[in-house]
Write a protein that binds this ligand. Structure first.
Ligand code: URP
Ligand code: ZN
Ligand code: ZN
Ligand code: ZN
Length: 512
């Protein structure tokens, strides 16, 4: 039973020696195909004290080393999920996965690090980050933070400085939707983009036109459409395309890189493709739900079946999923997140009479690696090296923590998975590790199974059993001025020197 080891470990004080088998913290992974984003080769991987020491064939070791056979399997960097919401207070409730249960689920699915969104408290970034530091104390894997910006004044601007220089946060998210709660104005977005540029921090946007969404919701209620399908109907893809375009153009005007989270539609991805073709630095993040689901589920006659799929931007009509996969395969979109934001059936039922009250969010943290493998690699759309790039390496590069994370190189953190391409996975609420009572991927099966997860140099998932310890996860500080900022100052001076000289006009009036 997969649940046992995990249930027993929670609350276990003082950190049980789960590095266990041998207890030395030394592991040798033998005979697998070691895959990095740039290269793959058959080799052994030797790990000591949480760090990769060597990658080469036929490594010889002593008796105190745990040996794991990986013959015929892929040895890859653990997944990094750039987009999660653990223990988030949202829409009058709190997500049911916290930093322990969500991370335990992640590890069972081959993800060894995630970046979670800190939500400010009454606009205060400091109060917000302190609350999240507390929530994250129970972590069993490594994690980083993005910070949301929900209001603007001199204090917030100074706090952004503190986040970057003292708190290890190098990205800020602006919500262009959720009118009345998290939504920001264009004026705020513009100030935020300027500040991000000066700090070398990456601006991220939730791109939907929040005013139009509000209007669309009113329209549905007036039409008597109160069920989950009203959620999709009230916020069509055009509103996502519009906001994506607006954010891209404002970021272009400021000349700062932009990261568009949860790209759900053709409308949005085409704006990103167009901007990238013109040379603008725009990153697009599709999420697993957008890549693998379509909106037919929102018309299910059973409320709770339909409501579990409510997220924003909404899951789109069939066709958008395939277009997102193709964009990911060809580099128009660069990395895959989940937007894991889990609410159980009881919480989803808050909106039984009104879709506007259904807490927005779906699961995916545990399922991402398997579903991306099945959808993208098994289908022949991408190579195994590209799988590593879109699930791990590119995220580490963007958020400036490569090659500590996102690679199996000498000196990298020992966050490693072993995936057996000839074994199958199956998804179901009965055996997943999230606290969620449902699963939007219920019943999905496919090839490619994460059989072993090593996090921080410890075997935390093996033989379908979790061996996690609350408190063992470390905060990963992310420095500013990542690769997306490289050379940007040159582009700025080119812009300045390209401005036409001001016209010299005499101060006396021509008519006098
Ligand atoms: O529905 C969603 N996506 N919930 C989480 C909050 C967000 O917009 O990322
Ligand atoms: Zn500073
Ligand atoms: Zn969002
Ligand atoms: Zn999100």
């Amino acid at each position: 039973d997969a649940g046992t080891g995990y249930g027993a470990a929670e609350g276990c004080a003082g950190g049980r020696a789960v590095s266990g088998e041998g207890g030395s913290g030394k592991i040798l992974i033998k005979g697998g195909t070691v895959v990095n984003a740039h290269h793959q080769e058959v080799a052994d991987v030797y790990v000591e004290d949480g760090v990769v020491i060597a990658i080469k064939p036929n490594i010889k070791v002593g008796d105190d080393v745990v040996i794991i056979d990986a013959t015929g399997k892929y040895v890859m960097p653990g997944g990094i999920d750039p987009h999660t919401h653990l223990a988030m207070e949202f829409m009058g409730t709190e997500t049911i996965d916290d930093f322990f249960s969500g991370q335990a689920a992640a590890l069972a699915g081959g993800t060894t690090m995630h970046i979670d969104f800190v939500i400010p408290v009454n606009g205060s970034l400091i109060t917000g980050v302190e609350a999240y530091e507390k929530k994250a104390k129970k972590s069993c894997m490594d994690y980083g933070f993005h910070m949301a910006i929900t209001k603007w004044d001199e204090v917030v601007s100074q706090e952004m400085d503190i986040m970057v220089h003292e708190k290890g946060i190098n990205s800020f998210k602006f919500f262009m939707a959720y009118k009345g709660s998290l939504m920001v104005s264009d004026e705020l977005l513009l100030q935020g983009l300027k500040k991000c540029k000066s700090l070398g921090a990456l601006a991220m946007v939730h791109a939907e036109n929040g005013d139009a969404v509000f209007e669309g919701q009113q329209r549905m209620i007036e039409l008597g459409i109160t069920g989950p399908e009203g959620h999709a109907l009230s916020r069509p893809a055009a509103l996502e395309g519009e906001a994506t375009s607006r954010a891209i153009r404002l970021a272009g005007f400021v000349n700062t890189p932009l990261y568009v989270v949860h790209v759900m539609s053709i409308d949005a991805l085409e704006e990103i493709a167009k901007a990238r073709r013109s040379g603008q630095r725009v990153i697009g993040e599709p999420v697993v739900s957008g890549l693998t689901l379509n909106d037919s589920v929102l018309w299910d006659p059973d409320f709770s079946t339909a409501a579990k799929f409510v997220m924003s931007p909404p899951i789109r009509a069939a066709g958008h999923d395939k277009a997102l996969q193709d964009a990911l395969a060809t580099g128009v979109l660069q990395l895959v997140g989940t937007d894991h934001c889990a609410f159980n059936s009881e919480q989803k039922a808050f909106g039984i009479d009104d879709f506007r009250k259904i807490p927005n969010g779906v699961n995916g943290l545990e399922e991402r690696m398997h579903l991306v493998w099945d959808t993208m690699v098994e289908s022949g759309k991408i190579s195994v090296t590209d799988f590593v790039r879109i699930t791990s390496t590119e995220c580490a590069r963007i958020f400036n923590i490569y090659p500590k994370k996102g690679a199996i190189l000498a000196g990298s953190d020992a966050d490693i998975i072993i995936l057996n391409p000839n074994a199958s996975f199956e998804i179901g609420a009965k055996f997943h590790h999230s606290r969620l009572d449902t699963n939007v991927y219920e019943g999905r099966k496919g090839m490619g199974k994460v059989e072993v997860t090593i996090a921080g140099g410890r075997v935390v998932w093996i033989n379908n059993e979790l061996r996690v310890t609350s408190g063992s996860g470390k905060y990963v500080s992310m420095p500013p001025f990542g690769y997306l900022f490289g050379g940007l100052d040159k582009a700025d001076s080119t812009y300045l020197s390209g401005l036409r000289a001001p016209v010299k006009r005499s101060t006396t009036s021509a008519s006098s």
